[in-house]
Design a binder for this molecule. Structure first.
Ligand code: PMP
Length: 398
């Protein structure tokens, strides 16, 4: 019995491979590995949210909810975003989903026909391309360039040159995984103008919007005409450290949200009832969020200053998310690939990083992604461990 064509060569999260190697190394060498591969905050979900979900469970709030999520939570999100971005966003323009990943899936499912082109920026969060391909769409990549002084920036000329009659969607992620960049507001406005003019849907994944340490983060919802072309994605996973609760949301015009409600009802019925009740308290937890961001900023500073001490690599101090994406071109050239380098760092230093080439094409191939969602001592120890290994490679004669 053969699998569907759609499943094709879809792969799982490739980060698991590195965890596996780490387990082997721990066993063989009897050392504890340090994990810079983590993609989630290391704090437990804030108390108020947990209490609210517990209360909902104790009160027997265990049945199905409406497919688009409970009205109170949709209203809270609409009010919150209206206040933040100065537009009157309505409850009917919001759908709650089981995580931002499902939100992305609904958006792709609603629009992609076989042969449609979807513009992704390279590097990008790995699952965009996988889902586009699953639906028969074609990912088309636009470069994100690196400059040691300016950091990462989108090549707008490249974007213009990649748009064809088949371009259905542009997928933007800001702040950005894996680079940790918060793109210049000017760049976001340019992309918005292009999408509007060329009648392309702009799918904007802003899941790291609270993880901004400096600079200005522009949301696509700041354009009062967003309803004509924007699908906005966010979620509770990162901001409120709720990855396991599986709650995300989409904002788009009502007609789109209604169609997504139909997909939701057929695919998963509704998001988890008591998790949604808990999430109601998230909007009263911003003091805790600010504390967490302060902590992450400190960790970011530590990681930057430690990585900067390593000879042969170029580090840009990420203004956002919780990733640093140093350019290891010189090192990668000698080792062969970012994958081989990542494996070497686990085997020889007991440190897990994510090779840039998994994100998913060309630009990332000289980079490694380091998450600073772990405590400061571990950051210092981890970077100390890789320093010798990397400098030894740099010093090797080619
Ligand atoms: N978008 C990006 C850019 C992410 O990094 C992640 C999580 N790693 C997600 C979406 C998925 O978030 P969720 O847990 O809400 O599904």
């Amino acid at each position: 019995m053969s699998f569907s064509q759609a499943i094709g060569n879809l792969t799982g999260e490739s980060t698991l491979l590195y965890q596996e190697i780490a387990r082997r190394v721990e066993k063989e060498k009897g050392i504890k590995t340090i994990n810079f591969g983590i993609g989630q905050p290391d704090v437990v979900t804030f108390k108020r949210i947990r209490e609210e979900a517990k209360k909902a469970l104790d009160e027997g709030y265990t049945a199905y909810t409406p497919a688009k999520g409970i009205d109170e939570l949709r209203q809270k999100i609409a009010d919150f975003l209206s206040q933040k971005y100065g537009d009157k966003i309505k409850k009917d323009e919001v759908i709650i989903t089981p995580g931002a990943k499902t939100a992305l899936f609904l958006a792709f499912l609603l629009y992609i026909n076989p042969g449609d082109e979807v513009i992704l920026f390279d590097p990008a969060f790995y699952s965009y391309a996988e889902v586009v391909k699953l639906l028969g769409g074609k990912p088309v990549y636009v470069n994100i360039n690196f400059d040691k002084e300016k950091g990462f920036y989108i090549d707008i000329d490249d974007l213009n040159s990649k748009i064809t009659a088949k371009t259905k969607m542009i997928v933007l992620n800001n702040p950005h995984n894996p680079t940790g960049m918060v793109f210049e507001p000017k760049q976001i406005i340019e992309i918005q103008e292009i999408a509007k003019e060329r009648k392309i849907i702009l799918l904007s994944d802003e899941i790291y919007d609270y993880f901004v340490y400096e600079g200005e983060m522009r949301s696509v919802l700041q354009d009062s005409g967003w309803r004509d072309y924007v699908i906005y994605i966010n979620g509770f996973s990162k901001t409120f450290s709720m990855t396991g609760w599986r709650l995300g949301y989409i904002v788009a015009k009502k007609e789109i949200i209604d169609k997504m409600g139909i997909l939701a009802a057929n695919i998963y019925t509704c998001p988890t009832s008591f998790a949604q009740k808990g999430a109601l308290a998230a909007f009263d937890s911003f003091d805790e969020v600010r504390e967490m961001i302060k902590l992450f900023k400190k960790r970011r500073d530590v990681m930057f200053s430690e990585l900067s001490k390593i000879r042969g690599i170029e580090v840009y101090k990420s203004p956002g998310a919780f990733y640093m994406f140093p350019n290891m071109k010189e090192v990668v050239k000698k080792v062969g690939s970012s994958k081989e380098l990542a494996i070497k760092l686990i085997e020889e230093a007991g440190v897990i990083t994510i090779p840039g080439e998994v994100f998913p094409l060309n630009v990332g191939k000289n980079f490694l992604r380091f998450s600073f969602a772990i405590d400061e001592d571990k950051i210092k120890e981890g970077v100390k461990r890789i320093k010798d290994v990397i400098e030894k490679i740099v010093d090797e004669k080619s």
